[in-house]
Design a protein around this ligand. Structure first.
Ligand SMILES: [Zn+2]
Length: 288
């Protein structure tokens, strides 16, 4: 019991010492962690809401800053950006800032202004791109896992499910006259939030595939790390091309379609825990 109390106290201390907060007052998430960017994962979140003031997610020190056009060797996509070092081996990066007047070595407090949301660099409209890096695990974290939870009651949408048999991709509802075979499950899915009133697609947090009640595999956008020169989902060897068929279509596991009725289940969750679950039954005829 004493041990438990001690570790609870330690946990409380760690959380309160290294607590993080949203970098803007008006929170509108316009892009989530892990989303497809055509040929790579989105390694942070995007926040909209116009030219809002940007605050550090926690007290920190400016260890790098870049003003567009300053050095030609830096990728211009990030626009004006600032990198902060926080306690606990955490770094945060704020991109596409309007202008940049903060200097390296400056200590910033949580409630001090870091900049203003802009659209410098590779940006379609004013937004803040926030990335968080954990130096200890050498990984890029999903910022939602460190920031306080915000209300979101909209579950993800499962739009379509496809089976890939050989080179052929077919909607699961159109499958007929198929012999027993090995098939890859593809799912077109996206999440929604209340932040914008129209349909604005976001990557979900977890996609899980079950076959006959047993989990076959999952995709989780928790953190991304480097593995043999590629960025992969942490704890896996799944790179961008292993995860994405196209922008909103994810590659899940292979299943063996056997003669008779085959059952699989797809569960998609967002970060707030809203989930959508769908059952699929595929009938496979007798081998002739
Ligand atoms: Zn971004």
């Amino acid at each position: 019991m004493k041990k438990l109390t001690v570790s609870l106290v330690f946990l409380f201390l760690a959380v309160s010492l290294f607590s993080f907060d949203w970098p803007v007052k008006h929170i509108i998430v316009t892009s989530t962690f892990g989303e497809s960017r055509g040929d790579h994962f989105h390694t942070g979140i995007d926040l909209g809401g116009g030219a809002q003031t940007v605050y550090p997610i926690s007290d920190g020190e400016v260890i790098f800053e870049h003003t567009s056009g300053q050095y030609s060797s830096i990728p211009i996509g990030l626009g004006n950006f600032v990198v902060l070092q926080h306690k606990g081996n955490i770094r945060s990066i704020y991109c596409h800032l309007k202008d940049n007047s903060i200097k390296v070595g400056t200590s910033v407090l949580r409630n001090e202004k870091l900049g203003v949301i802009g659209d410098t660099g590779h940006s379609f409209g004013k937004h803040l791109h926030l990335s968080i890096i954990d130096l200890e695990t050498h990984s890029i974290l999903n910022p939602l896992s460190l920031l306080p939870q915000v209300p979101d009651s909209q579950p993800p949408i499962i739009k379509n499910v496809f089976l890939k048999i050989g080179d052929k991709i077919e909607k699961v509802s159109h499958i007929k006259n198929v012999k027993p075979s090995r098939a890859q499950i593809l799912v077109e899915t996206y999440d929604l939030r209340e932040d914008v009133s129209f349909i604005w697609k976001l990557a979900p947090y977890v996609i899980i595939l079950y076959e006959n009640g047993a989990e076959l595999g999952r995709i989780t956008f928790n953190s991304i790390t480097e593995h043999t020169g590629k960025l992969v989902l942490n704890g896996t060897d799944k790179s961008f091309n292993d995860v994405y068929k196209s922008d909103w279509t994810y590659k899940l596991n292979f299943i063996e379609l056997l003669e008779g009725e085959n059952h699989f289940l797809i569960v998609v969750k967002d970060f707030a825990g809203n989930e959508t679950m769908r059952d699929y039954f595929v009938k496979i005829g007798k081998v002739k």
